[in-house]
Design a binder for this molecule. Structure first.
Ligand code: ADP
Ligand code: F6P
Length: 323
């Protein structure tokens, strides 16, 4: 009987469990034996496997995190580690591997594919920095978490007529910052894709105050040159001249936790089933993602060699609405 393995890798994302559920059930429906790999690529090199039936993935569609566990596995970045992973798959008679994860995980998937393994990736990261998917599993829920925090901060910011810096995750990508900033009605957005001068931010905040705003929220992406720490140091050092007493909130891993929303559950389910379809059709060496509202499989070589870019119209939108 065909044996297909599935793992979750890198930063966990709300919806990974929903994807796992869809993959296991779609595989079982085809009569395959589904094998879960614990702890991402570490479990692959160590052969930490568990067979999964339809019932084993019951009751997880609504759960955040990943029931398989995840990891950052450094040996996978080496030729020897990748060879060990391919050999383990062969030794355990596993014909295909499905990798649920973000950019680094898909690089790992591509490396295994180059070594002859039959691999299909599923786009899943809160960073939404993957080429080949307009939106990846977990990003929408992470934005919602950031929004809830921003909404709460705004009330206290208004009461005290203060400015707040809210740092969101996203690694080197400004997607989370931009969307949370626009949807949260931020007064300024600082992201890696745009050079930002702290003096310009101070001027923006002053202008907001002069326009009668009682609060100011600056959403900062962690990957920006002036991230929350650097900005707050700058404002502290030049505090008197800039005229602002900034409070800083780093949302951190809170954004990765919690239950996936409806969009992520649906996306995970659609992508999970599509990954199984790819395996069934022997369409390996691809990653499934959502492009233009449709599920599309993109070559892993393309996914890892091309960069996802932020829609510039979103930034114009943000500038237009800060009034
Ligand atoms: P994410 O998948 O969320 O972007 P990471 O970048 O940490 O998270 O990658 C997850 C794992 O994928 C890494 O710990 C490593 O095992 C593997 N990986 C990352 N980059 C590569 C690479 N260039 N080649 C092979 N494997 C990689
Ligand atoms: O890739 C997801 C992510 O949450 C990034 O946004 C963040 O920079 C990183 O992972 C944090 O990694 P860790 O969980 O290892 O601290």
């Amino acid at each position: 009987m065909k044996r297909v393995a599935v793992l979750t890798s890198g930063g966990d994302a709300p919806g990974m469990n929903a994807a796992l559920r869809a993959i296991v059930r779609a595989g079982v429906a085809r009569g395959w034996t589904m094998v879960g790999v614990r702890h991402g690529y570490s479990g692959l090199t160590d052969a930490d496997f568990v067979e999964l039936g339809a019932r084993d993935v019951g009751g997880i569609i609504q759960q955040g995190g990943t029931m398989l566990g995840s990891s950052r596995c450094l040996p996978m970045k080496t030729d020897a580690g990748q060879q060990q992973a391919v050999d383990t798959l062969a030794r355990h008679d596993i014909s295909s591997l499905i990798v649920i994860g973000g950019d680094g995980s898909q690089r790992g998937a591509c490396a295994l594919s180059r070594k002859g393994a039959q691999v299909v990736g599923v786009a899943s990261t809160i960073d939404n920095d993957l080429y080949g998917s307009d939106v990846s599993i977990g990003a929408t829920t992470a934005v919602d978490v950031a929004l809830e925090a921003i909404d709460r901060l705004r009330t206290t910011a208004s009461s005290h007529e203060r400015a707040f810096l809210v740092e969101v995750m996203g690694r080197n990508c400004g997607y989370l910052g931009t969307i949370a900033g626009i949807a949260g009605g931020a007064e300024a957005i600082v992201i890696p894709e745009m050079q930002t001068d702290p003096e310009a931010i101070a001027a923006e905040l002053r202008a907001c105050r002069e326009r009668g705003k009682r609060h100011a929220i600056v959403v900062v992406a962690e990957g920006a040159t002036y991230n929350a720490e650097r900005l707050s140091v700058y404002f502290r050092e030049h505090g008197e001249r800039l005229g602002f007493d900034l409070r800083v909130t780093r949302l951190g891993h809170v954004q990765r936790g919690g239950n996936p929303g409806a969009f992520d559950r649906m996306l995970a389910t659609r992508l999970g089933v599509a990954a199984v379809d790819c395996v069934a059709e022997a369409a390996h060496g691809v990653m499934v993602g959502l492009l233009g509202g449709k599920v599309v499989a993109t070559q892993l070589e393309e996914v890892v060699s091309r960069k996802s870019t932020l829609d510039p119209t979103l930034l114009s939108l943000a500038r237009l609405l800060v009034q």
